[in-house]
Design a protein around this ligand. Structure first.
Ligand code: ADP
Ligand code: MG
Length: 358
């Protein structure tokens, strides 16, 4: 090849080390890099990504184009045609769940927006094109059905509980099995049995992600889950004030004890921007979670402000619409991306990571 000239072989060679975001293996080796066509200064190529990487599609394309333009400055037009790489999940854990990543969303205490964040992450990934299950394991306060506007009892077909299909995702909640307003007292062994049964007997199908809304506080369920499944990681949600952070630190310690990697911390209810005057009020303080995450050497995943729409849409059972809200939607989607990015690179004990805020 003459200097300055580009051909398909050189492009393939240059992309050998380019990692598939899901497996971190090279896209040439995995067969994800398809046709490469070079016509003078124009390059067209096909790249197939698995549905697990759906939310990172644009970011990956941009990075790939950037790399090629840097390696081959003579190219003035690089276009990528994206396709789908079929890579079904394998059965994991002793209950035989078919999922690629299982993410627990947890907090030290209730009322910090854990269920809202769990729902938003599940909805964001699903909207991008991933196959997502959302399991509400918060036996003490199952609120996912309310946040997604779902009621009624799930169907049972051939002894398997059918998850509720809502906004493109498959959802199951303890709340759908217990009449509303009725208190449930769970003791340790019962709780263990219920969670095991709940996971095993739900017909989840093949999933890219199972997002689990954990009950706040105690480690019982985290322990049960860690025995049943290889959890990919936990997202810890907290609010910025010191009392909440103390509990979040305990949640991080608990996950470390049961060897579940902590994907990072989210600061929810971080400041309030007055819609009338645009002034920001830090009602619960601000930046506390970011500092604490740094001290604990875990990634900071982003901050979500106090926003009236999040509360209103949650109460209306329309949490999905928060992703379309111009003030908080883009930040919430960025949070979903960061979770996936951190999953693929598994930076459990990390150095600096990209910090996103909304
Ligand atoms: N960033 C936010 N801004 C405004 N309201 C929020 C925000 N996050 C959560 N909420 C509201 O706070 C309440 C508690 O949230 P929820 O997700 O149920 O918390 P948890 O699961 O931690 O108990 C809900 O009414 C929810 O709509
Ligand atoms: Mg909740």
């Amino acid at each position: 090849m003459a200097p300055g000239q580009v051909d398909a072989t050189a492009v393939r060679e240059a992309l050998k080390e380019f990692p598939d975001p899901e497996t971190a293996r090279g896209i040439v080796e995995t067969g994800q890099l398809g046709d490469v066509q070079v016509d003078r200064n124009t390059l067209k190529l096909r790249l197939a990504l698995s549905t697990h990487s759906a939310i990172l599609r644009d970011e990956i394309t941009e990075r790939l184009v950037g790399l090629l333009k840097e390696k081959f400055p003579s190219l003035d037009n690089v276009s990528v045609e994206l396709g789908v790489h079929e890579r079904p999940p394998e059965k994991i854990g002793q209950i035989g769940l078919s999922a690629k990543s299982v993410v627990a969303v947890a907090s030290g205490k209730g009322g910090v927006g854990k269920s809202t964040i769990a729902a938003v992450v599940a909805l964001g990934l699903s909207r991008a094109g991933s196959k997502v299950g959302l399991m509400d394991a918060d036996v003490y306060g199952p609120s996912i059905p309310h946040l997604l506007g779902v009621s009624g009892r799930p169907e049972v077909v051939e002894n398997r509980i059918q998850p509720i299909q809502v906004a493109g995702l498959r959802m199951m909640s303890m709340g759908l099995l217990v009449p509303p307003g009725e208190a449930v007292v769970w003791r340790g062994p019962m709780l263990h049995g219920a969670i095991t049964q709940f996971l095993r007997d739900t017909d989840w199908g093949e999933l890219d992600y199972l997002i689990i809304d954990m009950p706040p506080g105690t480690g019982d369920i985290a322990l049960t889950l860690s025995q049943l499944l290889p959890l990919s990681g936990a997202v810890v949600v907290c609010t910025p004030q010191d009392v909440a952070l103390l509990d979040a630190v305990k949640a991080v310690a608990m996950f470390r004890k049961v060897n579940i990697p902590v994907l990072g911390m989210v600061e929810n209810m971080s400041g309030f921007v007055c819609p009338d005057c645009g002034k920001r009020y830090d009602i619960f303080g601000s930046g506390g979670a970011r500092r604490r995450a740094e001290e604990l050497h875990i990634p900071f995943l982003g901050e979500v402000p106090i926003n009236i729409q999040i509360r209103v849409l949650g109460d209306e059972g329309r949490t999905m619409a928060t992703l379309d809200d111009p003030t908080v939607g883009p930040g919430l989607l960025a949070l979903c991306q960061t979770v996936v990015r951190n999953l693929s690179s598994q930076p459990t004990e990390t150095g600096p990571l990209p910090v996103l805020s909304v």
